[in-house]
Design a protein around this ligand. Structure first.
Ligand SMILES: NC(=O)c1ccc[n+]([C@@H]2O[C@H](COP(=O)([O-])OP(=O)(O)OC[C@H]3O[C@@H](n4cnc5c(N)ncnc54)[C@H](OP(=O)(O)O)[C@@H]3O)[C@@H](O)[C@H]2O)c1
Length: 360
């Protein structure tokens, strides 16, 4: 049985129902690849909201690489590190079933920090970063990632940090993933860049050519350094980095004058026992180049503006969201493992209940 098949065996017989709250918790800190025994399944009574609280019913949960780091107890910005037995962090879309909170009503749709659970009693605190779902004429599922933190990450990283200009050569890693599939389209269709995407495997390379990339590099089988020279003979003006490691090191060898590198993520390093240790960062110096990190929670002040802008681009066809939907809350651990196995195409979402969207 392959590794992901073991996840199927683990969830055998697990089903959710409205009479209880179901949760996935940390069973042990992951080492190397994620395994089914890293997760534990807990059933408890559905919570009752106290004074000032609401009862949330979860409909969609987003999957993000950082969740593995939370489970390891690593200090990841924005959320508390987890210990064995803790509920796993996860942002998603939920509906308010009962309200004892003056600002929120029964039936409201919200997105925010729900955790890997099917119900939550929430005081809607600032720490939970809850936002009212504004449908913008689109399904509520979109609010889980594209019109959520993933979309904000793509927008802030590209425009606020990357400062792309029309005609720039922009290289992007993780190009077929959640953030990457948005960045590639915005860079090509809105900023007017020449986009070169990096992704794993021929199927993903075909996909990214359909979403704004003029050329695609398969980092698993191509000579990455040679391909960057072939496709970017005048150098790379902007690099949007989702993976770090050897890919970032290769890009540093091919920079144009005044290049900008945006450090969004470094998934190739998250499961390593030892840090990669970038040793050619001094290439920035000879090119008057800069490398800038960003963290999405530092850009929340622009939430409403960015969501309205992204929704407008979706409606006029300049941004075609790609969602990679796993059905069933019991399959959350497998859905997270799929990110590290490179099996998702687009933004990874779990459709927790599979109920039709009657609220859109
Ligand atoms: N700075 C921030 O505030 C912020 C916010 C959100 C996300 N992020 C980061 O942005 C990145 C993308 O996040 P996402 O949610 O959109 O995930 P994602 O790209 O949808 O999923 C992860 C993808 O990473 C690739 N990958 C997995 N292992 C890899 C490896 N060893 N080397 C190279 N690529 C690998 C896989 O694609 P392939 O098949 O192409 O390998 C996989 O599909 C992550 O690093 C994440 O941590 C940062």
């Amino acid at each position: 049985m392959n590794m992901l098949g073991e996840f199927d065996a683990k969830v055998c017989g697990k089903e959710i129902h409205d009479g209880s709250n179901f949760q996935w918790r940390v069973a042990r800190a992951p080492q190397g690849v994620l395994l089914p025994d890293d997760f534990s399944w807990v059933e408890s009574p559905t919570p009752e909201p106290g004074p000032g609280e609401v009862l949330l019913k979860t409909h969609y949960l987003g999957l993000a690489p950082v969740m593995r780091m939370y489970m390891q107890g690593a200090v990841a910005a924005g959320e508390t590190p987890l210990r064995v037995g803790d509920l796993i962090h996860g942002r998603g879309v939920a509906q308010i079933m009962k309200s004892r909170h003056s600002d929120w009503s029964e039936g409201d749709m919200v997105q925010g920090q729900i955790g890997w659970q099917t119900y939550k009693a929430s005081a809607m605190t600032a720490a939970e970063k809850m936002f009212r779902v504004r449908h913008h004429g689109l399904p509520a599922l979109y609010a889980c990632k594209t019109l959520g933190m993933t979309g904000l990450s793509a927008h802030a990283g590209l425009f606020a940090c990357g400062e792309p200009r029309a005609g720039d050569t922009l290289v992007l890693s993780g190009a077929a993933g959640g953030v990457g599939s948005i960045v590639s389209q915005l860079a090509a269709n809105i900023a007017g860049c020449r986009v070169i995407g990096i992704a794993g495997g021929p199927e993903k390379c075909t996909l990214i050519r359909q979403q704004g990339c003029e050329s695609a590099i398969d980092y698993k089988s191509d000579d990455l350094q040679q391909r960057l020279k072939d496709f970017c003979p005048d150098g790379i003006d902007c690099y949007f980095d989702n993976v770090g490691g050897e890919t970032l090191a290769a890009v540093l060898e091919q920079l144009a004058l005044k290049a900008r590198i945006v450090l969004c993520g470094s998934i190739s390093e998250y499961a390593r026992a030892q840090p990669f240790g970038l040793n050619n960062y001094t290439r920035l110096r000879s090119k008057d180049a800069r490398m800038q990190g960003f963290f999405v929670y530092n850009h929340l002040d622009r939430w409403e503006t960015v969501m309205a802008e992204l929704a407008g681009w979706i409606r006029d066809g300049q941004l075609c969201p790609r969602h990679d939907v796993t059905r069933g809350f019991q399959n959350m651990p497998k859905a997270l493992a799929r990110l590290y196995a490179g099996l998702n195409q687009g933004a990874a979402i779990c459709d927790v209940r599979g109920e039709p969207e009657h609220w859109a």
